[in-house]
Design a protein around this ligand. Structure first.
Ligand SMILES: Cc1ncc(COP(=O)(O)O)c(C=O)c1O
Length: 371
């Protein structure tokens, strides 16, 4: 075999949550629930689904390449953000946007645009593992700064920046912990970041955040600070299977990233569904409400049972256990409840529908009695 690059050979691959059907086949069970990949339990917007069906049957678009510029979707995103005053005082235009095959792809495009071997990227640990995979894939160094109280230690991350640093990744809120840095912490960090770095603010779970101290990066820093802000249609918009997300940055940053973006990286179904999902405020509000109610139910049950958890700004909850997480994960699996082990003694559970949350709680309590 041709020899892989040494830095590629050294990468530990991302382990995705297994599809439900595959797990059920393996375990010989049925009727299981997946609370492992932070998807929207309500699924996509019905409006988006109706538009998608119409698109597939009536227009014959499938035989043609998608719109490489994502014209309609980028226009709709910028119009929505401007209307909500989310871009602060300065308007943003479609030239400030880039679409990706999930925000995941935009992370890798950012790394490939700005980093090479010998360059460094600073990130928290544990955080979204794709950051380090992307950095290692170009031979760069992932400088991992341990979290403090489950959120990014922005002071230590600032200290880790040097002349070789190109990117700092901040997951806001963080995955897998669900915690977010406060407005004040972020302000102190951004005040001192040098101009030669790009701050990548990963807001995959932005829509779910409820803490008044959660930083509103776009509103407060647009036009004032260089950053790349990433959002996605995979989570609150329920379109994870279609793969579509977007990045917001100065038109200079976007223009450089566009040079290496595959021209047809987002497919026409994804663009079309996202366009209509964006228009369905009722579904988004419902998704957020279901998440808040599910979160509060789980908190109440955890509190009553004395179970430790980290308060979340996202659609999942991080649980530090007094037990081996793999054992707990396996035992839950056998009861048809799929969660995610995210550390030796930590699991992460996605907030589901009311009956799913109850089933998780009941199963978790039984499992913890046995372990
Ligand atoms: C923090 C974070 N960023 C980015 C992503 C990527 O999401 P997607 O590629 O589906 O937009 C995820 C997905 O789980 C995530 O948790």
């Amino acid at each position: 075999m041709v020899k892989p690059l040494s830095y590629v050979a050294g990468i530990s691959p991302y382990v995705p949550g297994k599809p439900l059907k595959e797990l059920e086949r393996e375990l010989g069970i049925s009727g299981s629930i997946k609370l492992a990949s932070n998807e929207n339990p309500l699924g996509p917007s019905p409006k988006a689904m109706a538009a998608l069906k119409e698109f597939m049957t009536n227009t014959g678009e499938i035989g043609r390449y998608p719109d490489a510029s994502g014209y309609y979707l980028k226009n709709a995103i910028s119009a929505k953000l401007n209307a909500k005053g989310m871009a602060g005082s300065a308007e943003l235009t479609p030239d400030n946007l880039i679409l990706g095959n999930g925000s995941n792809e935009l992370l890798t495009i950012a790394v490939r645009t700005f980093m090479t071997q010998k360059d460094e990227a600073v990130m928290g640990t544990p955080s979204f593992v794709v950051y380090s995979i992307a950095v290692n894939s170009v031979g760069g160094t992932a400088v991992q700064v341990p979290l403090v109280e489950y959120r990014h230690d922005l002071g230590k991350m600032a200290d880790a920046v040097n002349e070789n640093t190109k990117i700092v990744f901040i997951a806001s809120p963080n995955n897998p912990t669900g915690a977010s840095n406060s407005r004040k912490e972020l302000e102190a960090f951004l005040k001192n970041t040098p101009d030669h770095i790009l701050v990548v603010m990963d807001e995959a779970y932005y829509e779910y955040a409820t803490d008044p101290e959660y930083p509103q990066v776009l509103r407060d820093y647009w036009g004032k600070k260089e950053f790349l802000l990433l959002r996605t249609f995979s989570k609150a918009y329920g379109l994870a299977g279609l793969r579509i997300g977007y990045g917001i940055a100065s038109n200079k940053v976007i223009a450089e990233m566009n040079k290496i973006r595959e021209p047809f990286n987002t497919n026409s179904l994804a663009q079309h569904a996202a366009l209509h999902a964006l228009d369905d405020d009722a579904h988004l509000e419902n998704s957020i409400r279901v998440n808040i109610e599910g979160r509060d139910y789980l908190y109440k049950e955890f509190d009553a049972a004395g179970v430790k958890y980290v308060p979340t700004q996202a659609n999942f909850i991080y649980m530090p256990l007094d037990a081996d997480s793999k054992k707990v994960y396996d035992a839950l699996l056998r009861k048809g409840v799929i969660v995610r082990p995210v550390g030796p003694k930590e699991i992460r559970v996605t907030i589901g529908l009311p009956d799913e949350n109850k089933r998780f709680i009941d199963s978790f309590k039984e499992v913890m009695k046995q372990i």
